[in-house]
Design a protein. Structure first.
Length: 267
């Protein structure tokens, strides 16, 4: 088993999976509790437009994904205040717009777009050291934001009306929460790909919420579950020669059904 540590790409993959687990365990807890999974899906698919722009202009597509994810988060936050009743429709439009724009940009790009499928379905084995540093930076940013504003985020997550009454800047906090979701989306793109981001962002928290009673504990459980799912999925994909992103998601789904069965038996 330990021969996998002879390869630099496997070491990078393991480090990346742990770093990503920290971010999606924390942000995924907010996403699940606040029930904004669909919004996170809209942000992740809009990121594909940035990936296409990266291929077209010749820069790292991950930076393009980061740019488009941030723009999507800001746009959703703004439009939510303007036309809240059409929020789902707007997110669906952005979802399609980002994917379509990405395809057009890639079609306009000269030559062949290498590793394109890895951005859609993930390929953690191809993560370079530079992306690991980016993931570490984004992780630190998310952890610091949650550390300093945990109570405020908790207030708007559970009860926005109460947060308004005690004078919290709800709209600003909601925007920051969406920006953290955007950052986490970028972390997960190379791990499991745009198509599968929603699953990995929501499954660990969806399991953990059945067993804990506080948001802090949910975050800890979600991070630990994420690490387990990522590492086990990575090992299975290596030894069975399977796609890493899809294997990680399948392990996560199996874990969810085992948890659901256990909860039903315990009831």
């Amino acid at each position: 088993m330990f021969e996998i540590f002879q390869y630099d790409f496997m070491i990078n993959a393991l480090i990346a999976s742990i770093l990503a687990s920290v971010a999606f365990g924390i942000v995924g807890s907010y996403v699940v509790v606040k029930r904004i999974v669909f919004i996170s899906g809209g942000i992740s698919h809009t990121a594909y437009g940035g990936i296409g722009l990266g291929f077209l202009l010749g820069f790292n597509p991950i930076y393009g994904a980061l740019l488009f994810s941030i723009i999507a988060a800001l746009f959703i936050s703004y439009m939510r205040k303007q036309t809240k009743q059409y929020e789902d429709t707007l997110i669906g439009i952005m979802w399609a717009f980002g994917m379509a724009l990405g395809v057009i940009f890639i079609n306009l790009s000269p030559g062949y777009a290498p590793n394109l499928m890895s951005y859609l379905f993930g390929n953690i084995l191809t993560i370079p050291t530079s992306d690991i540093y980016l993931m570490l930076f984004l992780d630190i940013t998310i952890v610091l934001m949650v550390f300093f504003f945990f109570n405020q985020f908790q207030a708007i997550t559970f009860d926005e009306e109460f947060a308004y009454t005690i004078g919290l800047p709800v709209d600003l906090l909601y925007t920051v929460l969406l920006l953290m979701t955007a950052l986490t989306t970028v972390l997960l793109i190379k791990l499991v790909g745009i198509i599968l981001v929603i699953a990995l962002l929501s499954i660990p928290a969806a399991i953990g919420i059945k067993y804990v009673s506080s948001l802090k504990h949910l975050m800890i459980v979600s991070v630990l579950l994420g690490i387990v799912f990522n590492v086990v999925g990575l090992l299975f994909s290596y030894y069975l020669n399977l796609a890493s992103g899809a294997t990680i998601i399948m392990i996560s789904i199996i874990g969810y059904f085992i948890s659901a069965l256990y909860s039903k038996m315990r009831a």
